[in-house]
Design a protein around this ligand. Sequence first.
Ligand code: PAF
Length: 256
Amino acid sequence: MHQIKQINALQAYRAELRGTVGFVPTMGALHAGHLSLIEVALNENDHVLVSIFVNPTQFDQSSDLENYPNQLAEDLRQLEKIGVTAVFTPDYAALYPDNYNYQIIEKELSQRFCGAHRAGHFDGVLSVVIKLLNLTVSDKAYFGEKDYQQLQLIKGMVAAFFIPCEIVACPIIREPDGLAMSSRNVRLSAVERKIAPELYATLINQDSLADKTSHLNDIGFEVDYLEQLDDRLLIAARLGQVRLIDNVPISAGARS
Ligand code: PAF
């Protein structure tokens, strides 16, 4: 597996690749959710590129960025083992030669749900994803449905800017107790980790939205929002220092 850090090295490497290229962007701290995206990409493409870059422009709180888990050596070992062609690990200066003076801003959906609670978050996500799609020139790029709002915004951006890349949505991967896999889960204390699966259990029960919210708030969550988007019910809630998000199809039992 090649590890590439510089932009020109990635462009030169990409120019030599023949056949289809699948791309999986990540912020590292890889878990079974990421690996499931990579498995799909490996099945559907001749080559798979993965990026690992903890993108500072999408963090609205410096403490969240500072505490974001970093396990690069272990991530690289896992990627090599499953057959990834190359991993792109740029630093901020390489990926942001403009120092974020140029930004992609979506003006509607990005302002709601997570966007209403995390100022500038989706500007950072869209700006880094368009850079990565332009650099990897991938036929398909893979994103998890756990970040459902992000997925919709990326699909919208790709359509708006005529980017010739198919965005493939992959299902949420859950722990056996129902908690959606997330790199942030490792930051839950032992007590919080026991409470955390209630987020999903509450999403899929038959209670009204108001009852779901008050139940979660009663057991220690601080619900940011619980709302419908398309045919899904989306939630974000804080448990101690950790912000968790999840979503389910409305048909999973949720009542609006
Ligand atoms: O979903 C993520 O991990 C990030 O938002 C992404 C798409 C890698 C952009 O930094």
